[in-house]
Design a protein around this ligand. Structure first.
Ligand code: ATP
Ligand code: TZE
Ligand code: MG
Length: 272
């Protein structure tokens, strides 16, 4: 059946401009994330041209959220103290107009994070980013994946992503072989990238941080999320071409994020 909603694709020039703006402004990205991927996420942000700050302590997180350019809230290892900091940071970000990304890692059968993620879903995130199984749980259309891994395809999460965007007001980004990003009306697929990203822990988590960096540069959260995913895919392709396994891929991926130019992004990105 033909889609009722026309797909809008951003121009290569808009992607290039977004990356150029990121490099020119070095956005300050507050990261409240899991213990597994903290270092990798900070290195990904630095390589891309942003400034990371892992401020996730209650009493500090709210004040920092008010001045950060963008923020990531990732529920991978959501200890009680970190959840308190996240609630404080979200309230402060919303009050100050700081855009923020929610990554509901491994929601489904794990009760504490799932209940918390549903509350954050309803607290006006700018972007919700996850794998297909996580997005389906937040849309109340699935029971979750296998730990942090998806057991659903991006295609099978498409209707859930649209419904989640419409109910939450967030742009919803679903990662997988081709990423799907929607604001409920406009839907964009970002193709390419590398399966090697699934063999480095934090492949998805750091993508959420990159989206937070781009959010500070434009009022169009869909463009920000698409630009973030397109940079990520372009760098992953370049890294895969010279890597011999996950270890050398991770190093090459940081190098590729650092050297990717706006013009190269414009000529590499494949959107539909
Ligand atoms: N089969 C694939 N081919 C190409 N790229 C892929 C493939 N699967 C995932 N990716 C890419 O890997 C990155 C991480 O996506 P993934 O769906 O693995 O996230 P995730 O499950 O949230 O990861 P994390 O382990 O960090 O929580 C994204 O950039 C995505 O485009
Ligand atoms: C492996 C793992 N476990 C909890 S968070 C995390 C990082 C990838 O999502
Ligand atoms: Mg994930």
């Amino acid at each position: 059946m033909e889609s009722m909603v026309p797909s809008i694709v951003f121009t290569p020039g808009e992607l290039a401009d977004a990356l150029g703006a990121l490099r020119a402004s070095t956005p300050l990205v507050q990261v409240l994330t899991n213990a597994v991927v903290t270092n990798f996420t900070a290195n990904v942000l630095l390589a891309a041209g942003a400034s990371p700050a892992m401020v996730d302590v209650p009493g500090e997180a709210g004040g920092f959220a008010a001045v950060a350019s963008g923020m990531l809230v990732n529920l991978g290892t959501p200890h009680g103290e970190q959840r308190a900091a996240m609630a404080e940071a979200v309230a402060a970000a919303n009050a100050a107009g700081t855009p923020w990304v929610l990554d509901p890692v491994a929601v489904g059968s794990l009760g504490i994070r799932t209940n918390f993620a549903l509350k954050l879903r309803d607290a006006s995130p700018t972007v919700i980013r996850g794998n297909a199984s996580e997005i389906m749980v937040l849309a109340e259309a699935g029971s979750g994946g296998r730990g942090v891994e998806a057991t659903d395809t991006v295609d099978s999460a498409s209707a859930a992503a649209t419904a989640l965007a419409l109910r939450s007001g967030a742009v919803v980004a679903v990662s997988g072989e081709a990423d799907l990003i929607t604001d409920g009306t406009r839907t964009v697929h970002v193709h390419g990238g590398s399966k090697m990203l699934t063999l480095v822990t934090g492949g998805g988590c750091a993508l959420g941080a990159i989206c937070a960096a781009f959010l500070s540069l434009t009022d169009d959260a869909l463009l920000a999320a698409v630009a973030g995913h397109a940079c990520y895919s372009a760098a992953a392709e370049r890294a895969e071409a010279i890597a011999s396994g996950p270890g050398s891929f991770a190093v090459a991926f940081l190098d590729a994020l650092h050297t990717l130019t706006p013009a190269e992004l414009a000529s590499t990105a494949v959107l539909s």
